[in-house]
Design a protein around this ligand. Structure first.
Ligand code: MG
Length: 376
Protein backbone atom coordinates (compact mmCIF):
# COMPACT_ATOMS: atom_id res chain seq x y z
CA UNK A 1 0.00 0.00 0.00
CA UNK A 2 1.38 3.37 -0.90
CA UNK A 3 0.74 6.54 1.03
CA UNK A 4 2.93 9.61 1.20
CA UNK A 5 3.70 11.95 4.07
CA UNK A 6 2.85 15.51 3.03
CA UNK A 7 3.74 17.44 6.18
CA UNK A 8 4.85 17.14 9.79
CA UNK A 9 3.44 19.73 12.18
CA UNK A 10 5.26 20.48 15.41
CA UNK A 11 3.02 21.85 18.15
CA UNK A 12 4.58 23.43 21.24
CA UNK A 13 2.09 23.85 24.07
CA UNK A 14 2.76 25.69 27.31
CA UNK A 15 0.34 26.73 30.04
CA UNK A 16 2.40 29.44 31.79
CA UNK A 17 3.81 32.22 29.62
CA UNK A 18 7.43 31.85 28.49
CA UNK A 19 8.74 34.14 31.24
CA UNK A 20 6.96 32.24 34.02
CA UNK A 21 8.14 29.01 35.68
CA UNK A 22 6.74 25.78 34.26
CA UNK A 23 5.89 22.69 36.29
CA UNK A 24 5.75 19.06 35.16
CA UNK A 25 2.81 18.58 32.85
CA UNK A 26 2.45 22.25 32.04
CA UNK A 27 4.12 22.06 28.65
CA UNK A 28 3.93 19.50 25.88
CA UNK A 29 5.21 18.72 22.41
CA UNK A 30 2.71 17.25 19.97
CA UNK A 31 3.20 16.25 16.34
CA UNK A 32 0.72 15.69 13.58
CA UNK A 33 1.89 13.74 10.54
CA UNK A 34 -0.22 14.43 7.46
CA UNK A 35 -0.62 12.12 4.48
CA UNK A 36 -1.90 12.42 0.92
CA UNK A 37 -4.87 10.17 1.81
CA UNK A 38 -6.18 12.52 4.48
CA UNK A 39 -5.11 10.21 7.31
CA UNK A 40 -3.40 12.13 10.11
CA UNK A 41 -1.21 10.58 12.80
CA UNK A 42 -0.78 12.11 16.25
CA UNK A 43 2.22 11.69 18.56
CA UNK A 44 3.92 13.50 21.39
CA UNK A 45 7.15 13.68 23.33
CA UNK A 46 7.49 14.58 26.99
CA UNK A 47 10.67 16.59 26.48
CA UNK A 48 11.78 20.16 25.77
CA UNK A 49 9.21 21.41 23.24
CA UNK A 50 11.41 24.23 21.93
CA UNK A 51 14.32 21.87 21.24
CA UNK A 52 12.09 19.27 19.61
CA UNK A 53 10.35 21.86 17.45
CA UNK A 54 13.77 22.82 16.08
CA UNK A 55 14.63 19.16 15.42
CA UNK A 56 11.39 18.64 13.50
CA UNK A 57 11.31 21.97 11.64
CA UNK A 58 14.97 22.46 10.80
CA UNK A 59 16.35 23.80 8.54
CA UNK A 60 18.54 20.85 7.55
CA UNK A 61 22.32 21.20 7.50
CA UNK A 62 23.67 18.12 5.72
CA UNK A 63 22.98 14.42 5.15
CA UNK A 64 23.36 13.37 8.80
CA UNK A 65 21.94 16.57 10.29
CA UNK A 66 18.54 16.90 8.68
CA UNK A 67 15.23 18.11 10.03
CA UNK A 68 12.71 15.32 10.60
CA UNK A 69 10.27 17.10 8.29
CA UNK A 70 12.81 16.92 5.49
CA UNK A 71 13.59 13.28 6.31
CA UNK A 72 9.93 12.28 6.15
CA UNK A 73 8.13 14.31 3.49
CA UNK A 74 7.32 12.12 0.50
CA UNK A 75 7.97 8.88 2.41
CA UNK A 76 5.43 6.07 2.91
CA UNK A 77 4.26 6.34 6.56
CA UNK A 78 3.52 2.60 6.65
CA UNK A 79 7.27 1.83 6.43
CA UNK A 80 7.61 2.39 10.16
CA UNK A 81 10.77 0.35 10.79
CA UNK A 82 12.56 1.70 7.73
CA UNK A 83 11.61 5.27 8.59
CA UNK A 84 12.78 4.82 12.21
CA UNK A 85 16.23 3.88 10.91
CA UNK A 86 16.19 6.71 8.35
CA UNK A 87 15.31 9.25 11.06
CA UNK A 88 18.00 7.80 13.31
CA UNK A 89 20.69 7.86 10.60
CA UNK A 90 19.88 11.26 9.16
CA UNK A 91 19.85 13.03 12.55
CA UNK A 92 22.98 11.32 13.85
CA UNK A 93 24.90 14.60 14.30
CA UNK A 94 22.37 15.52 16.98
CA UNK A 95 23.64 12.69 19.16
CA UNK A 96 22.36 9.13 19.42
CA UNK A 97 20.60 9.63 22.76
CA UNK A 98 18.44 12.39 24.17
CA UNK A 99 16.42 15.00 22.34
CA UNK A 100 16.69 13.68 18.77
CA UNK A 101 15.37 10.29 19.95
CA UNK A 102 12.60 12.10 21.84
CA UNK A 103 11.51 13.76 18.58
CA UNK A 104 11.74 10.43 16.72
CA UNK A 105 9.56 8.91 19.47
CA UNK A 106 6.77 11.42 18.79
CA UNK A 107 6.90 10.72 15.05
CA UNK A 108 7.00 6.94 15.59
CA UNK A 109 3.82 7.06 17.67
CA UNK A 110 2.14 9.11 14.94
CA UNK A 111 3.20 6.55 12.31
CA UNK A 112 1.63 3.69 14.31
CA UNK A 113 -1.50 5.84 14.58
CA UNK A 114 -1.58 6.19 10.78
CA UNK A 115 -0.86 2.50 10.13
CA UNK A 116 -3.65 1.37 12.44
CA UNK A 117 -6.15 3.72 10.79
CA UNK A 118 -5.00 2.65 7.34
CA UNK A 119 -5.32 -1.10 8.02
CA UNK A 120 -8.48 -0.65 10.09
CA UNK A 121 -7.30 -2.68 13.08
CA UNK A 122 -6.22 -1.56 16.58
CA UNK A 123 -2.57 -0.77 17.21
CA UNK A 124 -2.33 -3.61 19.73
CA UNK A 125 -3.29 -6.03 16.99
CA UNK A 126 -0.53 -4.70 14.73
CA UNK A 127 1.83 -5.21 17.69
CA UNK A 128 1.07 -8.91 17.89
CA UNK A 129 -2.36 -9.18 19.41
CA UNK A 130 -4.36 -8.24 22.46
CA UNK A 131 -3.30 -9.96 25.68
CA UNK A 132 -5.61 -8.09 28.06
CA UNK A 133 -8.73 -5.92 27.95
CA UNK A 134 -8.05 -3.98 31.16
CA UNK A 135 -4.84 -2.73 32.76
CA UNK A 136 -4.36 -2.07 36.46
CA UNK A 137 -3.40 1.57 37.09
CA UNK A 138 -1.42 3.38 39.72
CA UNK A 139 -1.91 7.08 40.40
CA UNK A 140 1.00 9.52 40.55
CA UNK A 141 0.90 12.81 42.39
CA UNK A 142 3.34 15.48 43.59
CA UNK A 143 3.21 15.66 47.41
CA UNK A 144 2.43 18.98 49.05
CA UNK A 145 3.73 20.50 52.27
CA UNK A 146 0.41 20.11 54.03
CA UNK A 147 -0.76 16.74 55.27
CA UNK A 148 -4.35 17.79 54.47
CA UNK A 149 -3.48 18.33 50.78
CA UNK A 150 -1.81 14.91 50.61
CA UNK A 151 -4.81 13.39 52.35
CA UNK A 152 -7.08 14.90 49.71
CA UNK A 153 -4.87 13.49 46.93
CA UNK A 154 -4.99 10.01 48.43
CA UNK A 155 -8.75 10.26 48.96
CA UNK A 156 -9.20 11.17 45.30
CA UNK A 157 -7.13 8.17 44.25
CA UNK A 158 -9.14 5.87 46.46
CA UNK A 159 -12.32 7.39 45.05
CA UNK A 160 -11.14 6.28 41.60
CA UNK A 161 -10.73 2.76 42.95
CA UNK A 162 -6.95 2.84 42.73
CA UNK A 163 -5.07 0.39 44.90
CA UNK A 164 -1.59 1.66 44.07
CA UNK A 165 0.00 5.10 44.14
CA UNK A 166 3.31 6.85 43.64
CA UNK A 167 4.44 10.23 44.80
CA UNK A 168 7.53 12.34 44.23
CA UNK A 169 8.70 15.75 43.12
CA UNK A 170 7.86 18.98 44.91
CA UNK A 171 9.99 19.07 48.07
CA UNK A 172 10.15 15.27 48.42
CA UNK A 173 13.69 13.90 48.59
CA UNK A 174 15.30 17.11 49.83
CA UNK A 175 15.05 16.65 53.63
CA UNK A 176 15.68 13.25 55.22
CA UNK A 177 13.41 13.62 58.27
CA UNK A 178 10.60 15.34 56.41
CA UNK A 179 10.65 12.66 53.68
CA UNK A 180 10.09 9.90 56.24
CA UNK A 181 7.34 11.95 57.88
CA UNK A 182 5.54 12.52 54.56
CA UNK A 183 5.72 8.82 53.72
CA UNK A 184 4.46 7.85 57.19
CA UNK A 185 1.52 10.27 56.84
CA UNK A 186 0.59 9.02 53.39
CA UNK A 187 0.86 5.38 54.51
CA UNK A 188 -1.39 6.20 57.48
CA UNK A 189 -4.00 7.89 55.27
CA UNK A 190 -3.81 5.27 52.49
CA UNK A 191 -4.04 2.28 54.80
CA UNK A 192 -2.08 -0.97 54.77
CA UNK A 193 -3.54 -2.35 51.55
CA UNK A 194 -2.51 0.50 49.24
CA UNK A 195 0.65 -0.23 47.26
CA UNK A 196 2.95 2.79 47.56
CA UNK A 197 5.98 3.74 45.46
CA UNK A 198 8.17 6.78 45.91
CA UNK A 199 10.05 8.76 43.25
CA UNK A 200 13.24 10.55 44.26
CA UNK A 201 14.01 12.09 40.85
CA UNK A 202 17.77 11.53 41.65
CA UNK A 203 17.62 13.61 44.81
CA UNK A 204 19.45 11.20 47.06
CA UNK A 205 22.98 11.94 45.93
CA UNK A 206 25.03 9.28 47.71
CA UNK A 207 24.76 5.55 48.38
CA UNK A 208 25.10 6.11 52.13
CA UNK A 209 22.20 8.54 52.27
CA UNK A 210 20.01 6.38 50.02
CA UNK A 211 20.75 3.26 52.06
CA UNK A 212 19.94 5.03 55.33
CA UNK A 213 16.67 6.38 53.94
CA UNK A 214 15.61 3.03 52.54
CA UNK A 215 16.26 1.45 55.94
CA UNK A 216 14.19 4.11 57.68
CA UNK A 217 11.37 3.65 55.16
CA UNK A 218 11.28 -0.15 55.33
CA UNK A 219 8.38 -0.23 57.84
CA UNK A 220 6.15 1.50 55.28
CA UNK A 221 6.33 -1.34 52.77
CA UNK A 222 7.28 0.32 49.50
CA UNK A 223 6.24 -1.11 46.12
CA UNK A 224 9.38 0.43 44.61
CA UNK A 225 11.92 3.21 45.03
CA UNK A 226 12.25 5.16 41.78
CA UNK A 227 15.44 6.90 40.66
CA UNK A 228 16.98 7.15 44.13
CA UNK A 229 20.40 8.16 42.74
CA UNK A 230 21.70 10.00 39.68
CA UNK A 231 21.26 7.88 36.54
CA UNK A 232 24.98 7.48 35.91
CA UNK A 233 25.63 6.12 39.44
CA UNK A 234 25.45 2.57 38.09
CA UNK A 235 27.64 0.92 40.71
CA UNK A 236 25.75 2.49 43.61
CA UNK A 237 22.37 1.71 42.08
CA UNK A 238 23.45 -1.90 41.68
CA UNK A 239 24.63 -2.00 45.28
CA UNK A 240 21.26 -0.67 46.48
CA UNK A 241 19.42 -3.23 44.36
CA UNK A 242 21.54 -6.08 45.71
CA UNK A 243 21.55 -4.94 49.35
CA UNK A 244 17.89 -4.18 50.03
CA UNK A 245 14.76 -6.23 49.40
CA UNK A 246 12.86 -3.23 48.00
CA UNK A 247 12.59 -2.96 44.20
CA UNK A 248 14.70 -0.24 42.60
CA UNK A 249 13.11 1.33 39.51
CA UNK A 250 14.28 3.81 36.90
CA UNK A 251 14.92 4.64 33.28
CA UNK A 252 12.22 7.15 32.37
CA UNK A 253 14.85 9.43 30.85
CA UNK A 254 16.67 6.75 28.87
CA UNK A 255 16.50 6.39 25.12
CA UNK A 256 16.98 3.39 22.82
CA UNK A 257 17.36 -0.27 23.62
CA UNK A 258 21.14 0.26 23.80
CA UNK A 259 20.86 2.62 26.75
CA UNK A 260 18.39 0.32 28.52
CA UNK A 261 20.72 -2.62 28.02
CA UNK A 262 23.55 -0.72 29.69
CA UNK A 263 21.22 0.30 32.53
CA UNK A 264 19.96 -3.25 33.12
CA UNK A 265 23.40 -4.84 32.96
CA UNK A 266 25.21 -2.25 35.09
CA UNK A 267 22.53 -1.15 37.59
CA UNK A 268 20.43 -4.34 37.91
CA UNK A 269 17.12 -2.53 38.53
CA UNK A 270 14.09 -4.65 39.36
CA UNK A 271 11.89 -2.44 37.18
CA UNK A 272 12.58 -0.36 34.08
CA UNK A 273 10.31 2.53 33.17
CA UNK A 274 10.67 3.56 29.53
CA UNK A 275 8.53 6.50 28.50
CA UNK A 276 7.11 5.77 25.04
CA UNK A 277 7.45 9.42 24.08
CA UNK A 278 11.17 9.48 24.88
CA UNK A 279 12.63 5.99 24.51
CA UNK A 280 12.17 5.83 20.73
CA UNK A 281 8.42 5.38 20.45
CA UNK A 282 6.40 2.21 20.23
CA UNK A 283 8.91 0.64 17.82
CA UNK A 284 11.83 0.92 20.25
CA UNK A 285 9.69 0.16 23.32
CA UNK A 286 8.99 -3.29 21.87
CA UNK A 287 12.72 -4.00 21.64
CA UNK A 288 13.19 -2.72 25.20
CA UNK A 289 10.39 -4.99 26.41
CA UNK A 290 12.06 -8.02 24.79
CA UNK A 291 15.34 -7.03 26.43
CA UNK A 292 13.66 -6.71 29.84
CA UNK A 293 12.04 -10.11 29.42
CA UNK A 294 15.40 -11.76 28.63
CA UNK A 295 16.92 -10.24 31.77
CA UNK A 296 13.98 -11.00 34.06
CA UNK A 297 13.41 -7.29 34.60
CA UNK A 298 9.90 -5.94 35.00
CA UNK A 299 8.70 -3.16 32.66
CA UNK A 300 6.27 -0.51 33.94
CA UNK A 301 6.21 2.41 31.51
CA UNK A 302 6.56 5.99 32.68
CA UNK A 303 3.64 8.24 31.82
CA UNK A 304 3.07 11.75 33.13
CA UNK A 305 2.13 13.86 30.15
CA UNK A 306 -0.97 14.19 27.96
CA UNK A 307 -3.73 11.81 26.96
CA UNK A 308 -1.74 11.01 23.79
CA UNK A 309 0.98 9.25 25.77
CA UNK A 310 -1.70 7.56 27.86
CA UNK A 311 -3.45 6.20 24.74
CA UNK A 312 -0.17 5.02 23.20
CA UNK A 313 0.90 3.31 26.43
CA UNK A 314 -2.45 1.52 26.73
CA UNK A 315 -2.09 0.14 23.18
CA UNK A 316 1.48 -0.95 23.86
CA UNK A 317 0.72 -2.63 27.19
CA UNK A 318 -2.35 -4.35 25.76
CA UNK A 319 -0.05 -6.35 23.51
CA UNK A 320 2.80 -6.98 25.96
CA UNK A 321 3.25 -10.20 27.96
CA UNK A 322 4.35 -8.12 30.99
CA UNK A 323 1.90 -5.27 30.58
CA UNK A 324 -0.38 -5.33 33.59
CA UNK A 325 0.45 -2.01 35.28
CA UNK A 326 0.12 1.53 33.91
CA UNK A 327 0.91 4.92 35.40
CA UNK A 328 -2.07 7.28 35.53
CA UNK A 329 -1.17 10.92 36.09
CA UNK A 330 -3.06 12.90 38.70
CA UNK A 331 -1.93 16.19 37.13
CA UNK A 332 -4.52 18.96 37.00
CA UNK A 333 -2.74 20.64 34.07
CA UNK A 334 -5.21 21.31 31.23
CA UNK A 335 -2.70 19.59 28.95
CA UNK A 336 -3.49 16.35 30.78
CA UNK A 337 -7.14 16.95 31.63
CA UNK A 338 -8.38 18.65 28.43
CA UNK A 339 -5.97 18.41 25.46
CA UNK A 340 -7.36 15.01 24.47
CA UNK A 341 -11.11 15.49 24.43
CA UNK A 342 -11.81 11.76 24.77
CA UNK A 343 -8.99 10.89 27.19
CA UNK A 344 -8.94 7.34 28.52
CA UNK A 345 -10.46 7.40 32.00
CA UNK A 346 -10.13 5.32 35.11
CA UNK A 347 -12.75 2.89 36.31
CA UNK A 348 -12.35 0.76 39.43
CA UNK A 349 -8.64 1.58 39.47
CA UNK A 350 -8.12 0.29 35.94
CA UNK A 351 -8.16 1.48 32.35
CA UNK A 352 -9.99 -0.40 29.62
CA UNK A 353 -8.20 -1.08 26.36
CA UNK A 354 -10.22 0.70 23.66
CA UNK A 355 -11.02 -1.09 20.41
CA UNK A 356 -10.38 2.07 18.40
CA UNK A 357 -8.35 2.11 15.24
CA UNK A 358 -5.34 4.31 15.73
CA UNK A 359 -4.71 5.98 19.05
CA UNK A 360 -8.34 7.05 18.96
CA UNK A 361 -7.53 10.46 20.42
CA UNK A 362 -9.39 13.62 19.46
CA UNK A 363 -7.43 16.77 20.17
CA UNK A 364 -9.32 19.78 21.52
CA UNK A 365 -8.43 22.51 19.02
CA UNK A 366 -9.43 25.23 21.46
CA UNK A 367 -6.90 23.92 24.00
CA UNK A 368 -4.25 23.89 21.28
CA UNK A 369 -5.10 27.45 20.21
CA UNK A 370 -5.07 28.70 23.83
CA UNK A 371 -1.69 27.25 24.83
CA UNK A 372 0.20 27.11 21.55
CA UNK A 373 3.61 28.78 21.29
CA UNK A 374 4.40 29.82 17.74
CA UNK A 375 7.50 28.11 16.30
CA UNK A 376 7.32 28.83 12.58
MG1 MG B 1 9.86 9.34 37.89
Amino acid sequence: MSLAITDVEAIWLRVPSLDEPCEWGEDAFVVRVYTDTGLVGIGESDSSPSVLAAIVNGPSSHSTCRSLRDVLIGENPLDIGRLWEKMYDETSYLGRRGAAIHAISAIDIALWDIASQCYGVPIHQLLGGQRRSVIQAYGTFIPQESGAANGAAVARLKGDGLTALKFGGGQFGLDADRDVKVLAEIREIAGPDMAIAIDLVYRWKTYTHAARQIERMQPYNLMWVEEPLPPDANADLRRLAQTFPVSIAGGEGLTTVAEFEEFIVKSKPAIIQPDLTRCGGITEARKIAELACRHGTRLVPHGFSTGILLAATVQFLASEPDGNLIEYSQSDSPLFTDLVANKITLFDGMVAVPETVGLGVTLDEEVIARYRVKTR
